[in-house]
Ligand binder design. Sequence first.
Ligand SMILES: [Fe+2]
Length: 292
Amino acid sequence: MYVLAHLSDPHLGPMPRAHPFELAGKRAIGFINWHRGRKKIHRADVLLGLVSDLREQNPDHIAVTGDLVNIALPGEFHTSREFLEALGTPQAVSVVPGNHDLYVRRVRDAAMAHWGEFMAGDGGEGFPYLRRRGPLALIGVSSAVPTAPFMATGMVGTHQLLALRDLLDRLRGEDLFRVIMIHHPPMTKKGDRFKRLIDRIAFRELIAEHGAELVLHGHDHVHSIAFIEGPGGPVPVAGVPSASSLGGHGDPAAYNLYRIERRDNVWRCEAVTRGLRRDRPDIAELARRMIA
Ligand SMILES: [Fe+2]
């Protein structure tokens, strides 16, 4: 039995001090949004509680599907590196970037510079990457692209789609449980024009034709499960809430554990969700107790 944990969108605080020149344009809006509201939702105490619970579960591997930072300031990347090191070694933790990690064009290389070891494939850097871990083929896809203010869209792009197609085909013959990690959900939802994956249809068609065993994503900050009809049966597409969230517009913080094994020549995958519950009277207090 191999256990894979999935957490996403920690949106790590606190927001570091910033020089005025660093806050030009889109970052200024994000900076104000953080101090006006987001910092009350994305809480360090909640994240600490969740991570300490996750570590107790002792998973074999942890997938982190992006949005570690908020407006991609240099200080945020230092904090995020420490966060990843606290989760585990680069061998045991796999990361893909989210839209907040590439918030503005000029930080295009910052995520790779700080988390490169957590985003390196077995054969080197570059997306999509492939990491073989136990019975798993972990495939990291980047959907992070710089966007205009108020936009949080993502795109995989032709280069990655073609490489992903070849990877999926090659791995199918190796009897590995193929897990694709991507920040943006490949499923369409009404009203998400400003935050959707632009080439989601091409991505879904690719999975429908070439298959995968599991697709993990973040971005929406809610629990979600959907299926793409693949060549060997339905492919689950699962999202988790933000790992630091008290609730608000999304679901309260949670992570998923996938217990994966091959039995009688068939893959079996059991999913367990652990996290804060919205119906608890004071989930902040619960988070504090989780830490204690
Ligand atoms: Fe996102």
